[in-house]
Design a protein around this ligand. Structure first.
Ligand SMILES: *[C@@H]1O[C@H](CO)[C@@H](O)[C@H](O)[C@H]1NC(C)=O
Ligand SMILES: *[C@@H]1O[C@H](CO)[C@@H](O)[C@H](O)[C@H]1NC(C)=O
Ligand SMILES: *[C@@H]1O[C@H](CO)[C@@H](O)[C@H](O)[C@H]1NC(C)=O
Ligand SMILES: *[C@@H]1O[C@H](CO)[C@@H](O)[C@H](O)[C@H]1NC(C)=O
Ligand SMILES: *[C@@H]1O[C@H](CO)[C@@H](O)[C@H](O)[C@H]1NC(C)=O
Ligand SMILES: *[C@@H]1O[C@H](CO)[C@@H](O)[C@H](O)[C@H]1NC(C)=O
Ligand SMILES: [Zn+2]
Length: 456
């Protein structure tokens, strides 16, 4: 704990004046495709002559036979078939299999995607629900994956972790993720909180990415697209959420140059309005469904980091009025470090007790992932990486500012894995990387539930 905390602090300090760290964005995107829309410019910033040969293939058919075969996780048994990534049909089929096997609830969110896909989720009820009946304390944790299409393996890791957890619970067993072991008692503890899982937030984007190997990040809504510019299709769903979506107003100038954009061809295009996209609406709808939401984790790749909020500026626990709703601070947020000469002095309020819970949770998740696979993982504040308005992970906190009755929920972005430097798309792992990622993600999810249970 102490060592990892020290590493986290160090990295946070380094990240303040380093542009080398870049969760979820490619070097090319950071250099320019967020601000230059010319397709000629974009053609020149590819990754040399690299191909995606040698990266994990996409599964063909349905290995879960329409929900008849249950996925086998990497932490509980000897897993089968982890040599291909689940295709879109298999992600739903795996979820239905878990629902069938463990008598869970499957649900569909109301807003259909542009390509008419339905976003689904599964509810894993609290084992304390019986004694808690009617208290509304049943669904406390929301886990989601697949918001960025190209971040291959995210849905697989979430579903296989759930499979591990429920198998171990049912068999009175523990779990082993590489160098990390959890006892049967810890499995029971991790099950005390009810959780909801959204394994595939961006079904259209993932289907497109699988079909084209185009390193696709966004959804597939063409509403803002211009002719003959294929990159102008789609909205970055992780820039479509309400927190500081109106970044021109909320943020200080020049603090978000490559992290959010109004240009359709950018890979960080925010869309035409906050929650303009059905996928983002579905996530918010799910949050609102959960009367007792307290913890939110959005799974991404490939930066090897557990990021806690806020994602807009540094945190402070002293001045409650210095927050995102306070218009007096419009135009001053996002300068890290503060630019006193320009008057950009701001830090987002984060209740000290919640902040402690969030940082301890993030550190223990990063620690467990490091111990699982032996690769470096560290915890840091999201804004320390880069200020990113409109993100899903800030929304659980932002909605509590807007409506305290909803209750505060700590939001996290978990970046599993590392770049595949050999591949044209660095987000496409090899088979070996995929299996290592799954082990690390399993430990991360497990630690997250244990920490949430401890603090709830
Ligand atoms: C890829 O480009 C590098 C550097 O330009 C070159 O050395 C290498 O031979 C190329 N590989 C292939 C397969 O074309
Ligand atoms: C694994 O995948 C192969 C090829 O898709 C299939 O034939 C086999 O039945 C699968 N095994 C299991 C245990 O699901
Ligand atoms: C989606 O469904 C609507 C209504 O059935 C239909 O009009 C539309 O063409 C469909 N869109 C796509 C992209 O398939
Ligand atoms: C919690 O679970 C109990 C028992 O399963 C159920 O009666 C109650 O409606 C649930 N509450 C919520 C808010 O889902
Ligand atoms: C799009 O490309 C086609 C084929 O290259 C061309 O005929 C057409 O004029 C282009 N349209 C625009 C708006 O550039
Ligand atoms: C923002 O950046 C632009 C271009 O780099 C520069 O001209 C402008 O002065 C900057 N504005 C502020 C407020 O720093
Ligand atoms: Zn991402």
């Amino acid at each position: 704990m102490k060592t990892a905390a020290a590493i986290a602090l160090l990295c946070q300090l380094l990240a303040l004046d380093s542009t080398s760290v870049s969760a979820c964005l490619t070097e090319a995107e950071i250099r320019g495709d967020a601000i230059h829309s010319s397709s000629l410019y974009r053609r020149q910033i590819g990754r040399g002559n690299k191909t995606d040969e040698g990266t994990i293939p996409i599964g063909v058919g349905d290995r879960f036979r329409d929900g008849a075969m249950t996925p086998i996780g990497i932490g509980s048994q000897v897993p089968a078939n982890l040599t291909t990534v689940y295709n879109v049909a298999e992600i739903e089929s795996a979820a239905r299999a878990l629902v069938r096997e463990y008598n869970l609830e499957f649900f569909e969110a109301p807003f259909k995607t542009y390509e008419n896909a339905t976003m689904f989720g599964i509810k894993v009820p609290s084992t304390a629900a019986a004694s808690n009946a009617g208290s509304g304390a049943n669904f406390t944790v929301l886990l989601e994956a697949g918001i960025h299409a190209r971040e291959r393996g995210g849905p697989d890791h979430l579903l296989n972790f759930i499979s591990d957890l429920l198998w171990a619970e049912t068999h009175g067993a523990g779990l082993i993720y590489g160098g990390v072991e959890y006892t049967a008692a810890e499995v029971q503890t991790a099950r005390t909180l009810g959780f909801v899982a959204l394994p595939l937030v961006n079904p259209d984007g993932v289907a497109h990415d699988h079909a084209t190997n185009s390193c696709w990040r966004k959804n597939r809504n063409p509403a803002s697209a211009v002719p003959n510019d294929t990159l102008s299709v789609g909205i970055d769903l992780n820039r479509n959420f309400p927190p500081a979506w109106d970044y021109h107003t909320a943020m200080a100038p020049n603090t978000t140059e490559w992290t959010i954009s109004d240009e359709a061809s950018s890979s960080v295009f925010r869309g035409t309005a906050p929650l303009s996209e059905p996928e983002a609406q579905n996530v918010v709808w799910t949050m609102d469904l959960m009367q007792d939401l307290r913890w939110f984790l959005d799974l991404h790749s490939m930066a090897g980091m557990m990021l806690y909020g806020w994602g807009l500026d540094t945190n402070q626990g002293k001045d409650k009025s210095m927050n995102l709703l306070n218009e007096a601070y419009d135009g001053k947020r996002g300068a890290i470090p503060n630019n006193r000469a320009a008057g950009y002095v701001y830090s987002e309020y984060y209740d000290s007790e919640q902040y402690l819970a969030a940082t301890i949770t993030a550190t223990s998740v990063a620690d467990a992932m490091l111990a699982a696979g032996g690769r470096n993982y560290f915890a840091q504040q999201s804004a320390g990486l880069y200020p990113a308005p409109g993100s899903s992970a800030d929304h659980p906190m932002f909605r509590a500012l807007q409506d305290p009755a909803k209750g505060w929920a700590n939001g996290f972005t978990l970046e599993f894995g590392q770049a595949n430097e050999e591949a044209k798309c660095q987000f496409y792992p090899t088979v070996e990387m995929h299996q290592l990622n799954m082990m690390e993600a399993g430990a991360g999810f497990m630690e997250f539930l244990l920490s949430a249970a401890k603090f709830s």
